[in-house]
Design a protein around this ligand. Sequence first.
Ligand code: CMC
Length: 375
Amino acid sequence: DAMPEIKKGLVGVYADVSTISKVMPETNSLTYGGYAVQDLCEECSFEEVAYLLWHGELPNAAELKAFREQEAGQRAISPALHRVIREFPKDAHPMDTIRTAVSFMGLEDPETADVSDAAQRRKAMRLLARIPTAIAAAHRASKGLDPIEPNPSHSFAENFFHLVFGKVPQKEVLKAFDVSLILYAEHTFNASTYTARLVSSTGADIHGAITAAIAALKGPLHGGANEAVMHMLKEIGDPKLAREWLQSRFDHKALVMGFGHRVYKSGDSRVPTMRKYAEKMAEVVGDRTWMEISRILAEEMLEKKNIHPNLDFPAGPAYYLMGFDIPLFTPIFVASRITGWAAHVFEQGADNRLIRPLSWYTGPEQRPVAPLSAR
Ligand code: CMC
């Protein structure tokens, strides 16, 4: 038989319809529910955007208040999960610890097996509320520090800083962090989101879907790039060395992390907004080194390779300037993307069909099985 056309990496394949977000590579733009993401960043909090992703409309004041109360009221994680987190190996990767913590939340959740839309939404809210608590507890445990209790009077962003550092930073820092959460929240059928939909399509529960999505996000070709970017900037260390360093990458035909994108080929819609806030962070901290190295790398990559930066490129230094340890960068992506993943789980559930593609066999022709003694 003639081999059908294989879309390796599913490049260019439309696997379903969706009303959640739209990427328009021809104009480098991205909308959530019809709203341009850069407008959402200026006008809205992360909580409003989370509501939009889960309901298809921005909340009014009363809806937002109720949403915030539900999230803020369910942030505590169980004593059992705290014990499990304390037992994690100290050098465990934070993406592995949050993946395990979310899986454990599924063991504990009274509604795990109920995949009705209402139950899935209640579980998603608990995940949104508790993921930061688990991320921060595991991070602090890895440094020999006790966990901090979540503060229900804090916004989502304030609470994240409170959980990690025990204090809430100035307004500009909170805003830059909130913007990063909005930009990371959703991005159509990327690898982790599609993983969540695929797991859901079997009728499996949302904790399983999100656990699998976190596993997918960890990879350096996906979410792990924001950490790799900061390691790269630190390795370069000095703007004067940036060109030379990049040339050595080119000579070795190595990937440059934070550049390139499967969908955007002429610029990632989220980069200008994130860069603007990363620059603000550099101003607040009074250190332009990382942004200066970034500027040179971006210029050279464009000139020599015609490849543009992706969101992870400005997000990496922005988080570093906010004071976060590098291994927390991809877990922060999880704390945000749970909103998009869950929205896709709801959408998949509303109109489900098992996801099950085909493979074209290229192995040996059919042959007899020799008995063990004859092999
Ligand atoms: N550094 C150097 N060369 C690159 C890069 C890069 N970062 N990205 C793409 N290229 C080259 C690639 O080698 C290929 O060259 P050639 O045609 O000579 O083989 C050409 O550009 C086209 O790239 P591609 O392989 O068709 O791109 P893809 O759609 O398969 O892969 C990607 C997209 C994001 C996996 C890839 O660009 C990459 O590995 N980037 C680095 C990792 C990264 O920053 N990931 C974050 C992605 S966006 C945020 C997120 O999802 O978390």
